[in-house]
Design a protein around this ligand. Structure first.
Ligand code: 6R9
Length: 701
């Protein structure tokens, strides 16, 4: 702790330019400075003056709070938690943890013994505080002009009706609900309705929102894993010019499940009229029910079920480096306190803000920062169903102007693709409502950062580059806008209560300017508690690599000023447009193709997506390589995982570089994929070094 505090305290000197705050505002960005990493971008004095954590005295405001949060986490977090509604208070202690595998089972608990309900805190608490008339959700459809809105009171009514319906059909203790919906208002409604009916007894239903970009097979896998009582979906969705028939994907997933002996009794289907008529929807009588036919008949009052702070709130599947996706389990109390608090500080949230996060609720960002974090703060959110480039690349800014969005949170992949389309799409709109920008999902390269800052934010809006993970529940390393100068591309400093450390291969903490593996010491309230049904895998994956720490899977360097620079995954996980994809998942999809004998997948740099998927494929003996086969291999991956996982390149590999023990040497494949042929390194340990030359000669096939 003390080492870490030293880093944070070194910030006191850091803003070496901090004395210049009053003269220099963010305009310094326009100049090209010698070293990118040393660019400091100062918040304007006006911004700093109004910020929740401001910097009249360099970083003192942050440092004081941070110091307290790590020296007295129980005191710090219980004070914040007291602002929420708890039916019963926690006892006997605020938190209990063991994250050291050497000392027995890994266990993380926050606010145990307390009872609460996250839906109550997000909705009833805000309505009771007199904000029932405030807009909770502005919904913008795919077509400009298609829109809707719900106040907090109306949202509460809708949630209660669905809760009552779910109770009526027997959803209760320990039951799972799978939600497979696009960004309609019904998506947060469904999440909150599940949370509301928590558990009649002790366990809340396990809710799992599945990203609507996943294929039937991926959906089936998730359904089989948690065996839900109900699947909630809609008939179709319009994304840009395309209509996607979600219900048909659900139908095939459910058929697949039935073949595996799991039959789902109820498929609650929302009729998304703008995308598809009811009559055109394929229907299975007895199993399928239209949302609009049943839900509105139920009462708009529904008492909440109080659940233990440590009762499960939701499961979210994410990719690991091996095997099947992991069901990351989050519980209720700590997650609630953590998402609400991180949202408030990292976006400098004020009640007058209009907040828009472009993420889909099928990802953790949509759970924590479309739904829970903002609504717990009583914020007005924008939910957008469509595609950001439809009808043209100016759509985002059209929406920003329409709803007077003040906080805009998105992913670097979108920033890069909009940047490529040109400034005119941006400058055509006023954007004067914007005051804070945010980025998530992967490192944001300094040039995209600058464009986002200068062009989108008119050099006025600090960028909160938030580093975190499905597993962490909420932000871990992120700027507090207004509290300190930023460096384009750095996620800056840890959030309150978070103790990041950088370790070497042996697990020794390294200090000062360094790079290595990013780990976290001690737990924080929003941490996941286990991998669903596999606590052993939870320990092996995250706590065994560096005993005593939570291992993030990311590489990180820290510069002389203590700023953190995330350098990407160090395991076999590829980050495509912010989506985590395990190389193993893509490989197993490829080898399921009858003509594919073996596959090895690596990530390569991609201009827009951050990383692209590059697949080396060995065909079954005697099968010739052809363009058609290439297409059919790609299609197999699309069908099994989803379109976002489709390989960008298939490289025919009559043989793969393997060690004598049969391990594929991905290091070499990565170099071949990125055409860094003079950096292949030592190939002498290969069982057959000649395969390398063969692969190189087939590069342009
Ligand atoms: C929230 C989310 C987590 C992985 C994480 C890291 C990468 C996310 C980042 C970032 C650099 C940021 N990542 N945010 N890297 N800077 N601001 O994305 O969760 O889908 O679980 O992905 O994404 O590699 O380990 P998830």
């Amino acid at each position: 702790t003390s080492d870490h505090l030293r880093h944070v305290e070194s910030m006191a000197q850091l803003p070496s330019g901090a004395g210049k705050i009053s003269h220099l505002n963010a305009v310094i960005l326009g100049e090209s400075l010698a070293s990118e990493e040393n660019d400091l971008v100062f918040p304007s004095p006006e911004f700093s003056a109004q910020a929740l954590v401001s910097s009249p005295n360099r970083c003192a405001g942050y440092q004081q709070m941070y110091r307290r949060s790590v020296e007295d986490p129980a005191g710090f977090w219980s004070e914040i938690a007291s602002q929420f509604c708890w039916k019963e208070k926690w006892h006997p202690e605020v938190y209990a943890e063991n994250i050291d595998v050497g000392k027995g089972t890994v266990r993380i608990e926050w606010f145990k013994g307390a009872t609460t309900n996250i839906c109550y805190n997000a909705l009833d608490r805000n309505v009771e505080a007199g904000n029932g008339g405030k807009v909770a959700i502005y919904w913008e459809g795919n077509e400009p002009g298609q829109d809707g809105q719900l106040t907090y009171a109306e949202l509460l009514d809708k949630v209660c009706q669905l809760s009552n319906y779910l109770k009526h059909v027997g959803v209760g203790k320990g039951d799972a609900v799978v939600i497979y919906l696009p960004m309609l208002m019904e998506l947060p409604i469904a999440m909150l309705a599940c949370a509301r009916i928590g558990a009649v007894h002790r366990y809340s239903p396990q809710m799992s929102v599945v990203f609507a970009g996943f294929s039937a097979e991926s959906l089936a896998q998730r359904i089989l894993d948690c065996k839900p009582k109900v699947v909630i979906t809609c008939n179709a969705v319009q994304r840009g010019p395309k209509t996607i028939h979600l219900k048909e994907i659900v139908d095939s997933a459910l058929t697949e499940c039935a073949n595996d002996g799991i039959s789902i009794g109820l498929c609650l289907t929302y009729e998304n009229q703008s995308a598809m008529e009811r009559e055109a929807t394929k229907w299975q009588e007895g199993r399928d029910v239209w949302w609009q036919d049943v839900v509105p008949k139920f009462s708009t009052k529904c008492l909440v079920e109080w659940v233990d702070a440590e009762d499960p709130l939701f499961l979210l599947y994410t990719s690991g480096s091996t095997g099947k996706p992991k069901g990351v389990l989050h519980t209720t109390g700590g997650y609630m306190v953590y998402t609400a608090t991180t949202f408030k500080y990292a976006f400098d949230y004020k009640p007058s803000d209009i907040y828009w996060c472009t993420a889909d609720c099928g990802w953790i960002t949509g759970h924590s920062y479309v739904t829970y974090g903002p609504l717990l703060n009583g914020a007005t959110i924008v939910v957008f169903e469509g595609a950001p480039s439809y009808p043209d690349s100016g759509r985002c800014w059209d929406i920003v102007d329409k709803y007077k969005v003040s906080i805009f949170y998105t992913a670097p992949t979108l920033v890069r693709s909009l940047m490529r389309d040109g400034d005119e799409y941006v400058t055509r709109y006023s954007r004067k409502s914007l005051r804070v920008l945010g980025s998530v999902g992967e490192p944001i390269n300094p040039s995209a950062w600058r464009w986002f800052f200068n062009v989108v934010g008119d050099s006025r809006c600090p960028i909160s580059d938030t580093w975190w993970q499905t597993e962490t529940g909420g932000f871990m390393i992120a700027p507090l806008p207004g509290a300190w100068p930023q460096k384009p591309g750095s996620a800056t400093f840890p959030f309150f209560g978070v103790l990041p450390v950088i370790v070497d291969e042996k697990g020794n903490e390294i200090e000062g300017e360094c790079s290595g593996y990013l780990c976290i010491k001690k737990s924080w309230p929003g941490a996941f508690r286990t991998l669903y049904g596999d606590h052993e895998r939870f320990e092996t994956t995250y706590f065994k690599p560096f005993p005593g720490y939570y291992f993030t899977g990311d590489g990180c360097s820290r510069d002389k000023d203590g700023y953190h620079w995330l350098t990407g995954r160090v395991d076999d996980v590829i980050n495509v447009s912010g989506h985590r994809i395990g190389t193993a998942e893509v490989e197993s999809a490829l080898v399921s193709h009858p003509q594919c004998a073996e596959a090895a997948v690596v990530g390569v740099e991609h201009e827009v997506k951050g990383q692209g998927i590059y697949a080396f494929v060995t065909l079954v003996e005697g099968v010739p390589y052809s363009e058609e086969l290439q297409k059919s291999l790609i299609l197999t991956v699309r069908n099994q995982i989803g379109a976002f996982a489709a390989p960008d390149k298939i490289h025919w590999a009559p043989g793969l570089p393997k060690t004598r023990s049969g391990k594929i040497m991905r290091r070499i494949l990565r170099k071949i994929a990125s055409r860094q042929l003079d950096e292949l390194g030592d190939t002498s340990t290969l069982a057959d070094p000649s395969v390398v030359d063969q692969l190189i000669s087939l590069s342009d096939c």
